[in-house]
Design a protein around this ligand. Structure first.
Ligand code: CUA
Length: 407
């Protein structure tokens, strides 16, 4: 059997073994008795049919014995069920949200994660909710399987006595990508859990890149969105192609890389983006090579919003249905979505034709039924509980994946 890490659920394994044991015993007992009777009452051994009268003792025996067995089996099942359904006082609560087709876990301090991370030897109360259809939260290593039902708050609890990574599945068929609805249960020791829960994790480097750009006043002229009023936008530099003008007037197509960014900061006139004047001041020793490296890495990764937006899109499960490579899946691809012409039907069935601008994308996230694009079903759950910053990040991320007409 699967390893068992949930002490309170050990009774479940025991109940299973006891029931299996009785089932095997009864199978063997009935078969052996049957074979014995076949042999014993064969006509060569028993030419005259035996007349058998009723036996009160036997009648009582075969009524009472099975009753006791069945009650015993019920008892083992009931006690193990009760242990799993009695949530200990003071258990740490973690919110579990299921949706087509991913999971999201929310902790008391507001931290969210797409994996369930828990400290070892600590009772955890799971508050289960679903955004759309019925799912089922299933941890085989804990023998825990509990349904998430729309409009109903269900609960379960878990506790692990072993550190390690375990599977989490959805055990209720919930549509096209039901099989993709898997994630990891990470059981870590308590110190590691505390630092994970309160730690910021990787964003440190991202924040450093951002704060350097702010510190050196880059944003006085450059933007990190698609606007470029007084200088070229720095959004998604790593995926762009630019035409630059060299000092001798020759034009050249380049893909901005770290060397180009370094050069543009140290000596902006050496290769100017076409259409712009050489009015950026060069930066010398006041900016170290190491700082420049952090800034370049930050810009090449996509800049503001992109990393967070991409992480959010992943965490919220957007990427379960929307690709970023130009192929439509359950939902339209994000690549080139921004700024494209969208056709479809509104909630009351009227056709619409709109440009996918900020407002359109926002609406598509918070109220997907309002504009259902042609060729797709109205089946995306509404993400109407996102805060403004998260929504901005998602829109920024989709923007960073390019405009179709810009190709
Ligand atoms: Cu969710 Cu199957």
């Amino acid at each position: 059997m699967y390893p068992q890490i949930f002490t309170a659920a050990k009774g479940v394994d025991q109940a299973f073994l006891i029931i299996l044991g009785f089932a095997v015993f009864i199978l063997v007992a009935v078969t052996v008795t049957m074979l014995y009777f076949l042999w014993r009452y064969h006509y060569t051994r028993n030419p005259q049919p035996t007349e058998i009268k009723g036996s009160v003792t036997l009648e009582i025996l075969w009524t009472v014995l099975p009753l006791l067995i069945v009650l015993g089996l019920f008892w083992t099942g009931w006690t193990s069920f009760k242990a799993m359904r009695t949530i200990p006082e003071g258990a740490m609560t973690v919110g579990v949200e299921g949706r087509m087709w991913s999971w999201r876990f929310t902790y008391a301090n507001g931290k969210t994660s797409k994996e369930l991370v828990i400290p070892v030897d600590t009772p955890i109360k799971l508050a289960l909710t679903t955004r759309d259809v019925i799912h089922s939260f299933y941890v085989p290593a804990m023998r825990v399987k509990w349904d998430l039902v729309p409009g109903m708050d269900t609960q379960a609890w878990i506790q692990s006595d072993t550190v390690g990574d375990y599977d989490i599945f959805c055990a209720e068929y919930c549509g096209l990508k039901h099989a993709d609805m898997i994630t990891i249960l990470r059981v870590v020791d308590k110190d590691e859990f505390d630092s994970w829960l309160n730690g910021k994790g990787e964003p440190a480097e991202e924040e450093l890149g951002m704060s350097l750009l702010e510190e050196f006043g880059c944003f006085d002229c450059h933007s990190m969105d698609l606007s470029s009023e007084s200088a070229p936008s720095l959004l998604d530099l790593g995926n762009r192609e630019e035409t630059v003008v060299l000092p001798d007037g020759k034009e050249k197509k380049i893909r901005p890389d770290e060397a180009y960014i370094r050069q543009s900061v140290r000596d902006p006139g050496a290769a100017l983006v076409k259409g712009w004047d050489n009015d950026m001041p060069p930066y010398g020793d006041e900016l170290s090579d190491a700082q420049l490296g952090v800034m370049a890495a930050y810009l090449l990764k996509g800049g503001q919003g992109k990393d967070k937006g991409a992480a959010l899109a992943d965490e919220l499960g957007c990427l379960g249905c929307h690709t970023t490579d130009g192929t439509d899946d359950v939902g339209p691809t994000f690549l080139g979505l921004y700024g494209s012409e969208r056709k479809g039907k509104t909630a009351d069935g009227k056709p619409y034709e709109l440009e996918a601008d900020d407002g359109y994308i926002r609406r598509a996230i918070t109220d997907p039924g309002a504009n259902v694009p042609k060729g797709f079903d109205d089946e995306m759950p509404a993400f109407n509980d996102l805060d403004a910053a998260s929504l901005d990040q998602l829109v920024g991320y989709i923007k960073s994946l390019g405009k179709k007409d810009a190709e």
